[in-house]
Design a protein around this ligand. Structure first.
Ligand code: DOR
Ligand code: ZN
Length: 420
């Protein structure tokens, strides 16, 4: 039944779960999707004219650092989730290396209250599992995040025994696999040499040993965060082929940039783990196609321009505003299929993290989606980091509007005066 409360998206195409393109209109009926509706549009209905634009599912960004509590000046929940909407992202999974680190059920609950009052997207939170204390597991989290190298005031996890205990306690663990003892001093040459691939291979050996210590039925699902190249891909392929429940995540910056770019750009492209060489970058593209990589994330890790300009700049790059335009451009230009774009952008992360409403555009599902139109000008920068790490990518589209549970939450007014 149609009502005047429904929102109609007319003059649009949309991408179905199997990657085929369908012709609209789309009715957003009490937050749910009615696709290709042939019902007559009521005269006083709310209508958005998409002017031939493309509707793609709302993305899941399973790896962001919005910096609350403790360092909201770097981004904050409100600004970071606004940047997410600008990038077509409707769910973010926020990392726990806050100040103080979000390590206990109590701290997770307090952080959840912050998000509930400020977030303009759906969200889930990670709990940081550390070297100390009992492993008390918060309810309703995305999972545990384990850093094998320091990324907050909490000591990194560096022993097999501790890792095994964490694995036994949490049903899902996301891993930053660089191992602390293999990192060199900040003054020891270019960033990629200070954080060598050897730190990752040692970390993955530790992770595997800890997993194998547990009986198969007690092992957690494991997400290998921000895969940078050959070393992690070989590990993922071997573990997957042995039947381990391991998932691979990578980020646009590893697909688009190399260590040479980082050397040339300096702090703006300093990120952990570091950008690698061209062979690693190329291997990631193959892994996007063959399923070794399961989903994309931005690892949105903003720092202020002043911090990046300091003598010992912090690591991390922003990414949220560009995730949707990046992914949709890959499909438009044929670098990946449309079906794969849906898997990499939302459906696989939704199944890994058990998120509802993000399995792709399906009749009756929650209306989380974004409207993409041709890109003729630079994309907006909302992050407090103040820059796009890959401005020369050649975005074919931009986000004109983003809808969360059927409500229009973002509209790029400056560029789309035609949208209501
Ligand atoms: O570059 C990074 N920045 N890598 C991390 O693991 C942490 C992140 C941050 O929080 O800034
Ligand atoms: Zn991160």
């Amino acid at each position: 039944m149609t009502t005047s409360d429904d929102l109609w998206l007319i003059n649009v195409r949309w991408v179905s779960v199997d990657g085929t393109h369908q012709v609209g209109p789309i009715r957003l009926e009490r937050g749910r999707l009615a696709l290709g509706s042939t019902a007559e549009i009521p005269t006083n209905a709310k209508v958005v004219d998409g002017r031939g634009g493309l509707v793609f599912p709302g993305l899941v960004d399973p790896h962001v650092h919005l910096r609350e509590p403790g360092r909201a000046y770097k981004e904050g929940i409100a600004n970071g989730t606004a940047a997410a909407l600008a990038g077509g992202v409707t769910t973010v999974l926020d990392m726990p290396n806050d100040q103080p680190p979000t390590t206990s059920p109590g701290l997770v609950a307090a952080k959840k209250r912050r998000f509930a009052s400020q977030s303009v997207t759906h969200f889930r939170l990670f709990q940081q599992a550390t070297m100390q204390g009992p492993t008390r597991v918060a309810t309703d989290i995305a999972g545990a995040k384990v850093y094998l190298a320091r990324a907050s005031s909490a000591a990194p996890v560096t022993t097999v025994a501790r890792l095994s205990r964490i694995f036994a306690a949490f049903p899902l663990v996301a891993i930053h696999a660089e191992l602390e003892e293999h990192l060199l001093a900040p003054t020891a040459g270019p960033h990629h040499l200070r954080r060598p691939v050897a730190a990752l291979t040692a970390g993955l050996t530790l992770v595997e040993e800890a997993l194998r210590r547990l009986p198969a039925g007690r092992r957690p699902r494991l997400v290998l965060c921000h895969v940078t190249g050959h070393a992690e891909l070989a590990w993922l392929r071997r573990m997957k082929s042995e039947g381990f429940d391991v998932w691979g995540e990578t980020c646009p910056h590893y697909l688009l940039l190399t260590q040479d770019d980082a050397v040339a750009a300096g702090a703006a492209l300093q990120v952990n783990p570091p950008l690698r060489n061209a062979q690693d970058r190329d291997a990631l593209w193959a892994a996007l196609q063959d399923g070794t990589i399961d989903f994309l994330a931005t690892d949105h890790a903003p720092h202020t321009p002043a911090e990046k300009a300091s003598p010992l700049p912090p690591s991390g790059v922003p990414g949220l505003e560009w995730l949707g335009p990046f992914l949709v451009t890959l499909a438009i230009t044929g670098r990946i299929s449309w079906r794969r774009a849906v898997e990499l952008g939302c459906a696989n992360a939704a199944s890994c993290y058990d998120l509802t409403g993000h399995s792709g555009l399906q009749e009756g599902c929650a209306a989380n989606l974004a409207l993409y139109v041709d890109c003729r000008t630079a994309l907006p920068v909302l992050t407090r980091a103040g820059y796009c790490p890959y401005p020369d990518f050649g975005f074919a589209v931009r986000v004109a509007a983003t809808f969360l549970d059927g409500e229009q939450r973002y509209c790029n007014h400056l560029l789309t005066g035609e949208l209501q």
